[in-house]
Each structure stands twice: as structure tokens, then as C-alpha cells.
Design a protein around this ligand. Sequence first.
Ligand code: GDP
Ligand code: IMO
Ligand code: MG
Length: 424
Amino acid sequence: MPTYPPGVMSKADIVVGIQWGDEGKGRIVDLYAQEYDVVVRFGGGDNAGHQIKVRDTDIALRIVPSGVLNPHVELFIGGGTVISLAGLLDELDRLAAIGIDVSRVKVSDRAHIVFPYHGAADRASERARGSGAIGTTGRGIGPAYVDKVARSGITFADLRRPEALADKIRANLNRVASLDGEALPGEADLVAQTLDSAARLAPHVVDGVSYIHEKLERDKRVLIEGAQGSLLDVGYGTYPYVTSSHTIAGGACTGLGIGPTAVSRVIGVVKAYCTRVGAGPFPSELHDATGERLRAAGGEFGTVTGRPRRCGWFDAVAGRYAVRLNGLSALAVTKLDVLSGFERIGIVTDYRVKGKPVDFADAGAPDLQVIVEEMDGWTEAISEIRSIRDLPKAARRYIARIEELLSMPVELVSVGRERSQLAR
Ligand code: GDP
Ligand code: IMO
Ligand code: MG
């Protein structure tokens, strides 16, 4: 009998948001990245907005992984993403302008391109939905994934073959020729713009499968950064009020072309309360002055669109659901400092319909009732605290209650926007 070496090593860890996005994933990835060699994105596009602050540097990233402020880290945008060429070039230019080495940023040849006609189709489709609009970011993410699945998409690999590329762009433009109220670039202009961007991006494009596997095979430590949140997952979120990709941890495997055996830990990032931008079910939403107070205290306005985020209490039913979807190892709680000064803090512990307990699957039920448990708040500012043990007693109780309700340890509590503002 041949003897086999021990199985594939597990060197990749995943960070995902477990609510409706904007949990503070970028901030957590920036922090963890200090311990990794490569930070990678696996899905979504510039619908994401990940803010990170290190000392005086305060940046919002859309598609470049949030490890970028760690100079030793390599950065990779995987094949499961959809990328606007102009958006990526703009982001690279903005980063280069503040002295960041962007030659570290590599893009998988399998990633799909978001063209201006995708943005136009996204906005036209939202207008056509009228009051049933999803509230997308209008960046063409959905239509780009539709083209991918319909096998009409154009990938970064296509950028290497200008003749065939021009034919594909022409064919796609013909399909979307008439979109009410949207001005599209002419065919010749779009081909020329695309070829120009392709030339500028060429040094960044790599064979994405070889790239990631060579890192793993050389024992590099890989940190995988989720975008959006688990409750926006196209299959398991609050469909149809979701994004068009798999945002849960499983999406990291398909979005990078790696197997589950490559993954070790999955960290779930969770805001100490809940927010949602865009339409769709939000059982713990507060429509009153407390919701407005959360929005003001947390600065809850979209990074990408500037829209005010809907705000509500922490939802443990949604949290338990997301723990399952992602196979979490631990939680990182963000924005606990925002709750300082609230006399009472609510947690949604259960959902009921007609008095009967139901799970997150019924989050959109018209007669859903939520059970809210109230806990004592604390008055102290906590942004200077660096140990969970040193948090005010009521804040410690709140964290312990989250751990208990989600059956998941909290390994880190973020108490401010800056990298150093965290309690372990
Ligand atoms: P992401 O999309 O999950 O990366 O999150 P965003 O960056 O869109 O939104 C999170 C916002 O909260 C950003 O403005 C962060 O700078 C900010 N933030 C992150 N962690 C904390 C924290 O612990 N306290 C406070 N006050 N703000 C935080
Ligand atoms: P980050 O990575 C919050 C939401 C949109 C809309 C729905 C569909 O910063 O957490 P899309 O443009 O993706 O077709 O919009 O998904 N959405 C996000 N909400 N944070 C995000 O990303 C989001 N990305 C998409 O608001 O409700
Ligand atoms: Mg965001």
C-alpha cells in the first residue's frame, strides 16, 4: 500500500460579514493582515466600500483588498469578482498618489469585466421595478454576473486578445442597444477605452488559479476578505433583496478556485447593532428616534452611494443563521463604542409568526413579530480600552450575551475606526 503524505495544508483563513454588509470587514481585515502574506478578494465588485484608518491615513477601498496598508502584504483580486476597468484604475491611481506600492495588486484572468452597459442595465432595471426596486448600488454588478452565467461575459483573459475582444464588445452592445434614459458610449469609443485600460492593467493580470495555488503551495498565509454580508447572499440572503453573488464563506472556494480543505478558520464580522442599505426585510429595524440616534452615532451613511443606512438592534436570529451558513470559528464585534451612552440596548432574540417561533427563513413574513430583550447600557466612552476584561461591566455582559445567543466566541472587539482601537 502506498503511503500518502498528510492532506492538503490549511493556510487560508476567511473573514466574512454576517449581517447586511458594512460590518467593518475592511477594518478587521486590515488588522488581521499584519499576520498574513497575501490578502485576497473572492467576490463582488465596487458595490463594496471598505474603510480603513491607520493613523492619519483614512481610505475607502472598493475592489483592492483591505490588506493594502500593510506594506509586506501581496494583494489578489480573485476570479469570482466583477471589475470595472475605470474603477480599478482610478482606485490604483488614488492609492499610488498616497505613496502605496500598487504593483503588488494582481487580478485573476478569470475575473469578469463590468462595462458601462452593465451599469446602465442595472439602473434601467431598478427604474422598471418602481416601488419594488432592490436599491442596488447602480454599479452594474447584477448585470455583469448575469452575463457571466449566460456565458456572454468578458473576462480579463479576453483583454489579451484585442481582435476577439472588440467582437465580443460589439455583440454585447447590440444586445443592450435600447436602454431607456441611459446614454451608452459608442462602439468604437468603448472598444478604444477598453483597449487603453487593458494596456494599463496588463502588468496586474495573472493566471488566477496558478497564482493562488502557488501561494498556498509555498506555505504563504492567505487571508480571504469577504464583501457584502451573508444576508445579501444570492442564494441564502433575503432574496430577491440581495446582491448577485455568493457572499458566504463557501463563495470563497468558488471565487478563488480552491477547495474547502485549503481553509482553516472563518471569522464572522458583526456590528454591535444592525444596519442595512437598500430595500428588503430587516426585522430588528428601528423606525424611531433610537434608530436615528444609532445612524448619527455610528455615522451610518453608505460608503459607495452616501445613502443613509437603515438602523436597528442586534439580531441574534439573523446571527445564528449566518453562523450556520459560514461555519464560523469565531466572531469579531465592531462599533461597540457607538453604543456608549444608550441607556437601554435591545437584542432581537426570537422571531414569531402567529405566536409560533420561526427561523430567519421567515424574516420577510408580513406578520412577523420580533422578541426584543433589553439590556442595561453603559455611559463610559470605551475607545481607549484595549482589553475585553477592562470594558464596563454592562458592555462585557452585552458581549457575553452575543456569544451565548450565537454559541460562538468573540475573539476581538473593535472600539473605534483606527487600527489600534480594539480590545482583545
Ligand atoms: P465594510 O464594508 O464591512 O468594510 O464596512 P464599511 O467600511 O463600509 O463600514 C464600516 C464603517 O465603520 C467604516 O466607516 C469604518 O471606519 C467604521 N468602523 C469600523 N469599526 C469601527 C468601530 O469599532 N467603531 C467605530 N466608531 N467605527 C468603526
Ligand atoms: P460592503 O462590502 C452594504 C446591497 C445594496 C443593495 C443590494 C444589491 O461594503 O459590505 P448590488 O449593487 O450589489 O446589486 O446591490 O446589496 N449592497 C451592499 N450593502 N454593503 C455592501 O458592501 C453592499 N454591496 C451591495 O445596497 O441592497
Ligand atoms: Mg462597506
